[in-house]
Design a protein around this ligand. Structure first.
Ligand SMILES: *[C@@H]1O[C@H](CO)[C@@H](O)[C@H](O)[C@H]1NC(C)=O
Ligand SMILES: *[C@@H]1O[C@H](CO)[C@@H](O)[C@H](O)[C@H]1NC(C)=O
Ligand SMILES: *[C@@H]1O[C@H](CO)[C@@H](O)[C@H](O)[C@H]1NC(C)=O
Ligand SMILES: *[C@@H]1O[C@H](CO)[C@@H](O)[C@H](O)[C@H]1NC(C)=O
Ligand SMILES: *[C@@H]1O[C@H](CO)[C@@H](O)[C@H](O)[C@H]1NC(C)=O
Ligand SMILES: *[C@@H]1O[C@H](CO)[C@@H](O)[C@H](O)[C@H]1NC(C)=O
Ligand SMILES: *[C@@H]1O[C@H](CO)[C@@H](O)[C@H](O)[C@H]1NC(C)=O
Ligand SMILES: *[C@@H]1O[C@H](CO)[C@@H](O)[C@H](O)[C@H]1NC(C)=O
Ligand SMILES: *[C@@H]1O[C@H](CO)[C@@H](O)[C@H](O)[C@H]1NC(C)=O
Ligand SMILES: *[C@@H]1O[C@H](CO)[C@@H](O)[C@H](O)[C@H]1NC(C)=O
Ligand SMILES: *[C@@H]1O[C@H](CO)[C@@H](O)[C@H](O)[C@H]1NC(C)=O
Length: 469
């Protein structure tokens, strides 16, 4: 998961600030200054803050508001930007900001603002970027009066607040929307896909971590420029509608942890997909052979569904794959069907708890970038090959319960791995004797070693105590 930390504000060292001030003052023609009305709107904003993060020192009545911290003006001296992210501000957002008729960008993200988002900002005839993410704003997003003409908003970020209620149905006047980020609130009702009908330039629709429910409603098919659709961790149900598969511009489709059902077959129309995350749903059916046509696919997450069938050999045509996560399904058949040597970028393979049979495919040992390999919870068998030494980045290996034999040999093979930190080899080597001599060493970075349920005999060996990490 991407990090969602608010950036720290960069403080310039004083000499630099001094220089910048001198430059600024010398550039500003002495006659022009912001209007009294603009100044008073900003002071109304300041008055609404119970904690202003030190702004009052700069926002002085007797100075030109275009020189105030966080404020930028257009050449005609109207305020164009109010950029006050990450300043520790508390209090509310004043509706008087709506009086700044030339305001283009408002960024109040990463503060502790509370109260509602004033209608005046959403319905502004000038604002194109509105970012109030990472605050404690409450209430709903305002419906717009029915007579509202087309609005210029392009980027709206209300993510990580405490907003509730249904998404407004009157936002079709936002004809210029490019990005809407409403992640991590408590929005309810249907996904606002209807926005696609009016805003054809949508490229980012980020709605995850809310309480949206019901089927995915029609509309998405009209978002012909959409690159990212993210609505995971909601309460969506029903099948993936054909409308989704019409959005051939999609690069990232992320709908994990919902109640979506049905099969994946339509997915192959999305030829530009880079990441597909449908984990934690109720999906069934198999991975279609045609998945091989998704030539840009890097991330494939289908874990914790009810999918079945064999892995299609065409999976090895997805040569850009970095992650394959299929754990917790009913996939079956031999893994050797897939030629892993065509997947040189693979870093993570998680097949935990499926019904795969047969041997560990030799071609896996050619995926030299592998960092994590989990095969436990299948009916695989066979032995680890010395070639596992090729996997110089392998840090997590789980091969428990695969009928492995000869614990001495297995530990000798794995001991030379410098990258290995987590090793799970339990439920193998039944009734063998644990090696007690110094033929076992290495494991320089091993932190977790699980050898449970092996019914090993012997005494706890000395080499174990040498694994200092
Ligand atoms: C300024 O904004 C307030 C609150 O939205 C509004 O009542 C007032 O009419 C506006 N003043 C002007 C001069 O536009
Ligand atoms: C000032 O310039 C901005 C941006 O160029 C424009 O949107 C606004 O209408 C202008 N305001 C006035 C009062 O001329
Ligand atoms: C708002 O400011 C923050 C901090 O500088 C930045 O990370 C974010 O991208 C800005 N928002 C927009 C929409 O540009
Ligand atoms: C809010 O979301 C917009 C659009 O996705 C993004 O450009 C902006 O950087 C985000 N703001 C923060 C503080 O992450
Ligand atoms: C959700 O928002 C809260 C409050 O802003 C924040 O602490 C948390 O990290 C966010 N969680 C996600 C998954 O974005
Ligand atoms: C939405 O897409 C359908 C076809 O997928 C098209 O018939 C319709 O005209 C589009 N609507 C708008 C408003 O673009
Ligand atoms: C999610 O949907 C199910 C029915 O599909 C319902 O029983 C449940 O209460 C919903 N949960 C939330 C948090 O809305
Ligand atoms: C996979 O690649 C092979 C050989 O390059 C080709 O014959 C086959 O048709 C491809 N399959 C798919 C589904 O793309
Ligand atoms: C797997 O692919 C590699 C490289 O494309 C090829 O050399 C090898 O013969 C293939 N192996 C099998 C078993 O098809
Ligand atoms: C080991 O795998 C078998 C099936 O192959 C299963 O029946 C058994 O419960 C597994 N044992 C453990 C400890 O997971
Ligand atoms: C186990 O492997 C070692 C080599 O590491 C070999 O010397 C030994 O004979 C093997 N034991 C059995 C029972 O095959």
């Amino acid at each position: 998961m991407r990090s969602h930390h608010c950036p720290n504000r960069i403080m310039f060292p004083l000499p630099f600030l001094g220089l910048a001030l001198v430059l600024l003052i010398s550039l500003v023609p002495p006659t022009s200054s912001c209007t009294e009305q603009e100044k008073s709107s900003l002071l109304q904003l300041l008055a609404g803050f119970s904690q202003d993060g030190g702004l009052a020192a700069s926002w002085r009545k007797d100075t030109d508001c275009c020189t105030w911290e966080g404020i930028t003006c257009s050449p005609n001296r109207t305020v164009s930007d109010v950029l006050l992210a990450s300043r520790g501000i508390e209090g509310s957002i004043s509706q008087f900001l709506g009086n700044l008729t030339g305001l283009l960008r408002l960024n109040l993200s990463c503060n502790s603002l509370s109260g509602g988002l004033p209608l005046e900002l959403v319905s502004s005839s000038s604002i194109i970027v509105l970012d109030v993410s990472f605050n404690r704003l409450t209430g709903g997003l305002s419906e717009l009066p029915s007579s509202t003409p087309a609005r210029p908003l392009q980027v709206v970020n209300v993510s990580s607040n405490l907003f509730t209620g249904r998404f407004p149905s009157t936002w079709e006047v936002m004809k210029s929307l490019v990005a809407l980020n409403a992640k991590n609130n408590s929005f309810t009702g249907q996904l606002p896909t209807i926005l696609c009908l009016s805003a054809p330039s949508f490229t980012v629709l980020e709605l995850s971590f809310n309480e949206f429910s019901g089927n995915i409603p029609p509309g998405l098919g009209n978002c012909s420029m959409l690159k990212l659709l993210s609505a995971g961790y909601n309460n969506l149900s029903g099948t993936l509608p054909d409308d989704v598969f019409k959005v051939t511009s999609l690069e990232h489709l992320s709908l994990p942890n919902n109640w979506l059902e049905g099969a994946l077959n339509g997915i192959i129309k999305l030829k530009n997909l880079v990441s597909l995350d449908l984990g934690g749903n109720e999906l069934s059916g198999n991975i279609p052979e045609s998945i091989g046509e998704l030539k840009s696919l890097e991330e494939l997450h289908l874990e914790q569904n009810h999918m079945s069938g064999e892995l299609p050999s065409a999976l090895s045509n997805c040569t850009q794959l970095i992650t394959i996560s299929l754990k917790g399904n009913q996939f079956r058949g031999e893994l050797t069907k897939v030629n892993f040597s065509n997947l040189p970028n693979l870093e993570k393979i998680d097949l935990l708890h499926n019904n795969f049979i047969g041997n560990i495919p030799e071609s896996l040992y050619l995926c030299s970038k592998l960092t994590a390999l989990r095969l436990s919870g299948n009916h695989l068998h066979g032995q680890l090959s010395e070639k596992i030494g090729n996997l110089k980045s392998l840090s997590f290996l789980s091969v428990a319960n695969l009928s492995l034999t000869n614990i001495t040999r297995t530990l000798q093979i794995l001991g030379s791995s410098r990258s290995l930190t987590n090793l799970f080899i339990g439920s193998n080597f039944l009734h063998e004797a644990i090696p007690e001599d110094d033929s076992i060493d290495g494991f320089e970075n091993l932190q977790v070693l699980s050898m449970s349920d092996c019914s090993l005999s012997g005494t706890i060996p000395g080499w174990l105590s040498k694994l200092t990490n």
